[in-house]
Write a protein of this length. Structure first.
Length: 110
């Protein structure tokens, strides 16, 4: 019984995982670009970093519906919490990678 329940939960999580990890890779790539652009004080690079950040934020926010629909829960409040939690994790991943790239570059340059 327990094995069947775990297998069922795993099967229901697969679509949400596919969405989350597809966007996680995109967030990592964008954060690397943004962190690299913020190293230099050139205004065009900073403007490009801001535009990239806004674009990625909007695109990730647009995944709320698909994440909620793919959530492995039956109740709507749990689906909403699941999707919101996934978006928060993606946002935190963006901040972590931006900070890491910026700190690494500053330690190499300084």
């Amino acid at each position: 019984m327990m094995q069947h329940t775990l297998r069922s939960l795993h099967d229901r999580l697969v679509p949400a995982e596919e969405i989350f990890f597809a966007w996680l890779m995109r967030v990592f790539a964008a954060a690397t670009l943004v962190g690299s652009a913020w190293i230099d004080d050139a205004p065009p690079l900073e403007l490009g970093a801001i535009v990239t950040t806004l674009y990625v934020a909007v695109r990730v926010a647009m995944q709320f519906g698909p994440l909620a629909a793919a959530a492995p829960f039956d109740r709507r409040p749990l689906r909403v919490m699941f999707a919101a939690g996934a978006l928060v994790l993606l946002g935190l991943a963006f901040l972590v990678v931006v900070t890491l790239v910026e700190r690494l570059s500053l330690s190499v340059a300084g």
